[in-house]
Design a protein around this ligand. Structure first.
Ligand code: C2E
Ligand code: MG
Ligand code: MG
Ligand code: MG
Length: 284
């Protein structure tokens, strides 16, 4: 509310907006030191095969343990890190740490189950010239085979992508790294466009899974998912669904032909030893 009519526009009082701006500013300036001090950590959420419920791999999800604000989720700081470019060293750290963790799981997993690791890439990382070299370096140093790594890129980051932007992804795909199109269905990419992208996995956005929550599920939603799965499979893409919260959803998605799933129904994101226990339980 304006303090006085006709007064200085800058005096319009919105304490909440001020607080948000201060927090945003404070968080942004604290990011570099946070990385140096080791305030970031990674939680892992399993991806399971819908067919038999066994663990296929895990997605690495970064968190920030802020000394004043407590644990912050990626939605609270990834956009800031994107904006300042800190996402490049932060993303490199996430990649290095989660690839190392995946290698550790593989070594401990007695029957050598092909445990895979999914890591999110943001648009700035895609544009960074060091992406391929950094990824090769991380893989070589850890000993993880490229085929066990899946890089997740959002559909919106690839909309209208030209060959220059796709080239590093193509190079990685040629090495055997899987590229997943994350949050698929939320952007407006032309389905036919999928053919020219070097992707091997579609991750159906949570909104589709949520649409199935209703009973009975909307038949149109079901048809859409069925159509996407059919198209994806005809293009030799695997389909992962996110946000599976109930057994009924899992069953429905399995019937629709989805390959793998991720969601609270199976497990929330958690510390690495939790996933280790889960995959070891499968192995027995
Ligand atoms: P995303 O890649 O689509 O990750 C899935 C998000 O859905 C995660 O949120 C996860 O905790 C949440 N989720 C998983 N299962 C369920 C479920 O059953 N129900 C519901 N309601 N939610 C579920 P989170 O961890 O908050 O991450 C949010 C986003 O932040 C991620 O979305 C990803 O885009 C981004 N992000 C996370 N880690 C990184 C990172 O290391 N680098 C970059 N660039 N982005 C990251
Ligand atoms: Mg993701
Ligand atoms: Mg996603
Ligand atoms: Mg999502």
């Amino acid at each position: 509310r304006a303090k006085s009519a006709g007064g200085n526009r800058f005096e319009i009082a919105d304490p909440e907006a001020d607080a948000r701006a201060i927090t945003r500013h404070g968080l942004t300036t604290a990011l570099p030191a946070a990385l140096e001090r080791g305030e970031f950590f990674i939680e892992y959420q399993p991806l399971v095969h819908l067919g038999d419920g066994t663990v296929h791999g895990a997605e690495a999800l970064v968190r920030w343990c802020h000394p004043q604000h407590g644990v912050l989720g990626p939605d609270q700081f990834i956009p800031l890190a994107e904006h300042t470019g800190l996402i490049v060293p932060l993303g490199r750290w996430v990649l290095q740490e989660s690839v190392r963790q995946a290698r550790y799981w593989q070594e401990r997993h007695s029957d050598g189950g092909p445990l895979r690791i999914n890591v999110n890439l943001s648009p700035t990382q895609l544009h960074h010239p060091g992406l391929v070299a950094d990824t090769v370096d991380v893989l070589e140093r850890s000993g993880l085979e490229p085929g066990a790594l899946c890089l997740e890129v959002t559909e919106s980051a690839l909309i209208g992508a030209n060959e220059d932007l796709l080239k590093p992804l193509r190079q990685l795909a040629e090495m055997g790294v899987d590229i997943a199109l994350d949050d698929f269905g939320t952007g407006y990419s032309n389905l036919a466009n999928l053919r020219r992208l070097p992707v091997s996995v579609l991750k159906l956005d949570r909104s589709f899974t949520q649409g199935m929550q209703r009973h009975p599920a909307d038949p149109v939603d079901l048809k859409i998912v069925e159509g996407i799965v059919t198209l994806a499979h005809s293009l030799e893409l695997a389909v992962t669904v996110e946000g599976v919260e109930t057994g009924a959803q899992a069953e429905q998605l399995r019937e629709l032909g989805c390959d793998t799933a991720q969601g609270w129904y199976y497990a929330r994101p958690g510390p690495p030893d939790k996933l280790h226990a889960l995959s070891m339980a499968d192995a027995v």
